[in-house]
Design a protein around this ligand. Structure first.
Ligand code: SRM
Ligand code: SF4
Length: 568
């Protein structure tokens, strides 16, 4: 039986209602219908199955172990301690006893079964959180710099993430009706969607707001990037606008490629919503609605030309962009340990293992962070590198937090043997991700274990090399911006990419295709040896590989790095 296209499902969904409410009541299966599996994404949930159990269940002639992943909408990635405790309770009541910090600064929970899905959504909502448009063909969770140093600026930028997220939240009441039993607006459910229209966007759309000199949100990996520009008195003057970033690619298909956003100009704060809305509606109207793999804004820009897209954006926004202002990023990572903010409060960034917060042997992260949430009076900030900041701690409270951190072995900065481990990112991949071709999150510790002796041999234990692993070319860990990246090709086999920079401004290049762990180490060994011997003071691995002529920019048709003239 052939299934309807996603475009038809959206149009027929009565503003994202589909038959989800009825489907949830069908106790004969743990699955939703094909159509509702697509529609439920707009409500922040994915139907998945435990891939570790697939073969066994097939042998037993059982349907797959269907379960749901739920993603929270959390613009800027800030949670209160009360919300943390609620999420912890949800994870241990309905999910797989873990919370997962994502590369877009929010939480996912995994393993919720269909008959408990509604109760889980209601529990999330009872703590003043929702999951609206955390997935689906709409604007996704808006990222904002989480750097704890610049407290005042962080507050402003966080406010922008909230405003953008609210502005682009779908108008439909479907979420409230299905999950919170709100009375139906109309039997046909056809509210006006002023920004999205009848078929929503052709594909997901992502926005991030960065505050130089830190690019901790990887602003150039987003469809729309806003780079905060500060005036002489430290106030927000406006934003440089970058369009067309994206990581998704396909193995062996040249037409699907990662791209860094290109900076097109500067807008004032008053102009920001208008330019963002112009970008989204241009993509709504021109994006590819036939081939989903080719439907992101980056392809719309490349197919129509940047000039035409910028002209349309300006025309729709009703003003011309000002010339982009110079900016400088130092790095795209997090700052670990305690740091004092401008407001005199303290912030502790902890490095989490791929964002997975669970109790494991010797490292009870879930329990430890729960204990902190019980006494913490500030907030928790998630970072886009899958880490957590215990933010807003008065000096007098630091010792209490430190004691809990030590008691529960929460501090990977001190536990992690190498610098590479502290900053490494890996996507979820197996067993929940339906698209995974190889392990990522579960492979990272093992890979670090075999890499460590090699780093030791060359005295690179403290070299801050950026490593990212993705289980498939979709690039959820933003691997194409890493200095070393492994991108899953098949079980136990990866494509090795090298030569991204540490500021999120240059894509890396395919170095070896479809290789095993032994071959990866064999490929890396001579390069690390040369780096150790030939690097200039402060020179990073990715930059060295370029200077030494070992890698060149990738052969993609379009933006592969941010032009140097924009960097002062
Ligand atoms: Fe992603 C799909 C997990 C950030 C690019 N991503 C998926 C799905 C939902 C698989 C699926 O479609 O069935 C994964 C669910 C796995 C699971 O079991 O939980 C998934 N993506 C994730 C997360 C959880 C990775 C992580 O380890 O943290 C991140 C959740 C972010 C969030 O909170 O919203 C996540 N995904 C990203 C990023 C990074 C970013 O946004 O900064 C990217 C690259 C940037 C981009 O969008 O270009 C990304 N995910 C994709 C793509 C490729 C899209 C494309 O342009 O082709 C897919 C596949 C798709 O959409 O068809 C995908
Ligand atoms: Fe799944 Fe691929 Fe994303 Fe990893 S990169 S979470 S394997 S879709």
């Amino acid at each position: 039986m052939s299934h309807p296209s996603v475009e038809k499902i959206k149009l027929d969904s009565r503003r994202l209602r589909g038959n989800i409410a009825e489907d949830l009541l069908d106790a004969t299966t743990g699955s939703l219908s094909f159509e509702d599996q697509r529609t439920i994404k707009f409500h922040g949930s994915y139907q998945q199955d435990d891939r570790d159990l697939r073969d066994e269940r097939r042998r037993q002639k059982l349907e797959p172990a269907h379960q749901f992943m739920i993603r929270i909408r959390a613009p800027g990635g800030v949670f209160t301690p009360q919300q943390w405790l609620k999420l912890d309770q949800i994870a241990t009541t309905y999910a797989n006893h873990s919370l997962r910090v994502t590369t877009r600064q929010t939480f996912q929970i995994h393993g919720v079964i269909k008959r408990e899905l509604k109760a889980t959504m209601q529990a999330i909502n009872s703590a003043a959180m929702d999951t609206i448009s955390a997935c689906g063909d709409v604007n996704r969770n808006v990222l904002a710099a989480s750097n704890p140093l610049q407290s005042a600026l962080h507050a402003q930028v966080h406010d922008w993430a909230q405003r953008l997220s609210l502005h682009f939240k779908p108008a439909t009441r479907a979420y409230y009706e299905i999950w919170l039993d709100e009375e139906k607006v109309a039997e046909s459910g056809v509210e006006h969607e002023p920004i999205y229209g009848d078929a929503y966007l052709p594909r997901k759309f992502k926005i991030a707001v960065a505050v130089p000199p830190y690019n901790d949100v990887d602003v150039f990996a987003n469809d729309l990037g806003l780079i905060a520009i500060v005036d002489g008195s430290g106030n927000l003057a406006g934003f440089n606008v970058a369009i067309g970033g994206g990581m998704g690619a396909s193995h062996g298909i040249a037409a699907h490629y990662p791209r860094v956003g290109n900076v097109i100009g500067f807008v004032t704060p008053e102009q920001t919503l208008a330019i963002a809305e112009a970008a989204i509606t241009v993509q709504r109207d021109l994006g590819d609605r036939i081939e989903r793999k080719h439907a992101r804004f980056k392809y719309t820009i490349d197919d129509h030309g940047s000039e035409k897209i910028v002209a349309m954006m300006q025309q729709r926004a009703g003003f011309s962009l000002q010339p982009a202002r110079p900016f400088h990023f130092e790095h795209n990572g997090d700052r670990f340990g305690w740091i004092e903010g401008e407001d005199g409060l303290w912030h502790l960034t902890l490095s989490l293992p791929c964002g997975r917060i669970a109790d494991t042997a010797g490292r009870p992260l879930l329990t430890g962070l729960r204990e902190i949430a019980k006494v913490h009076e500030g907030e928790f900030r998630m970072t886009a590198n899958q880490n957590v900041i215990i933010a807003g701690v008065p000096a007098a409270q630091r010792a209490r937090i430190d004691a809990l951190v030590a008691e529960h072995t929460l501090d990977r900065e001190n536990n992690a043997p190498t610098a590479i481990e502290r900053t490494a990112v890996a996507c979820v991949a197996l067993p929940t991700c339906a698209l995974a071709m190889a392990e990522a999150e579960r492979y990272l510790p093992g890979f670090l274990g075999v890499l460590e002796p090699l780093l030791d041999r060359h005295g690179l234990r403290e070299a801050p090399i950026l490593l990212r692993i993705s289980g498939c070319p979709n690039g959820c860990s933003r691997p194409y911006l890493a200095e070393i990246a492994l991108v899953g090709k098949a079980p136990g086999r990866y494509n090795l990419f090298l030569g991204g920079d540490h500021r999120g401004q240059r894509l890396n290049t395919l170095y070896r295709d479809n290789i095993t762990e032994a071959q990866i180490l064999e490929a890396l060994e001579p390069l690390l040896a040369r780096y150790a011997g030939e690097r200039e003071t402060g020179e990073r691995f990715g930059d060295f590989l370029h200077r030494a002529g070992i890698v060149e920019l990738p052969p993609y048709p379009t933006y592969r790095q941010i032009p140097v003239e924009l960097q002062p």
